[in-house]
Design a protein around this ligand. Structure first.
Ligand SMILES: *Cc1c(COP(=O)(O)O)cnc(C)c1O
Length: 235
């Protein structure tokens, strides 16, 4: 596809990258250390292909079944990240489909991922999903449970805990999400200080279409952006 035929997805992507660069500059950060996960749930493969042609290298999906069909069509030339809630009974599919799981939210799930990864001779990279608001409608563990999980599963050989993920409550103003981003970073720093073997804690997955700039200013290393790239989702 030539530059003159740039799709609206391409335009959207350029705008997101521009906003990422500006937010990184404001925070004195290197934009190269921030990964863009293009969240493609409900988006059909033709539009996902447009995003890949425009330069997307990481796709995020929420449902194992939906992701499996897309991955069969599109393949593993790009990275696939699981960003949605994962049930333990789907872990065996998730470890083969995904390069990264953002949503580990309990010891049983962590153990099951490790067991299934061991069967496949794989090492699976994961983040722990932390619920900082206590909203019961949200998945994720409280900060104390996250700390406990890390102590329990740090010795497992087929799962590598690389960081934390959070989803703040929905706000119409991005500034209201900022305190949650700060708290996730502080929790990450506390865990890092414990110096637990096998636990890296480099990654912070936080920020979506409405608030990724604040997240980048507070230290996000992965942002998960759907609407700002693909447009509104029609369910
Ligand atoms: C849908 C989704 C996103 C993307 O949300 P947008 O507001 O469309 O950018 C990010 N993270 C998770 C976990 C999601 O489910």
């Amino acid at each position: 596809m030539g530059l003159v035929e740039m799709s609206s997805i391409g335009d959207n992507l350029l705008r997101v990258l521009e906003r990422m660069n500006q937010a990184a500059a404001r925070a004195g950060r290197d934009p190269g250390e921030i990964k863009l996960v293009a969240v493609s749930k409900t988006i059909e493969t033709a539009r996902i292909r447009q995003a890949i042609e425009a330069g997307v290298t990481i796709l995020g999906e929420n449902y194992v079944q939906e992701a499996r069909q897309k991955i069969e069509e599109i393949g593993h030339g790009i990275q696939w990240h699981m960003v949605g809630h994962l049930q333990s009974n789907k872990a065996k599919y998730a470890v083969t489909l995904f390069d990264y799981i953002h949503s580990v939210d309990g010891i049983p799930l962590a153990r099951e991922i490790d067991r299934r990864a061991a069967q496949k001779g794989k090492m699976v990279r994961v983040l722990l999903e932390v619920n900082l608001s206590g909203e019961t409608s949200k998945f994720g563990m409280g900060p104390k449970a996250a700390m406990e999980l890390i102590h329990h599963v740090s010795a497992l050989k087929h799962i590598c805990i690389e960081g934390l993920m959070t989803m703040p409550p929905y706000f119409d103003e991005p500034e209201k999400a900022r305190p949650y981003f700060i708290r996730l970073r502080e929790l990450r720093d506390r865990i890092q200080k414990e110096g637990i073997e096998g636990v890296r804690m480099d990654e912070l997955s936080m920020g979506m279409s409405g608030d990724f700039e604040a997240a980048i200013e507070e230290g996000a290393t992965m942002i998960r952006v759907g609407t700002a790239i693909f447009g509104e989702r029609g369910y």
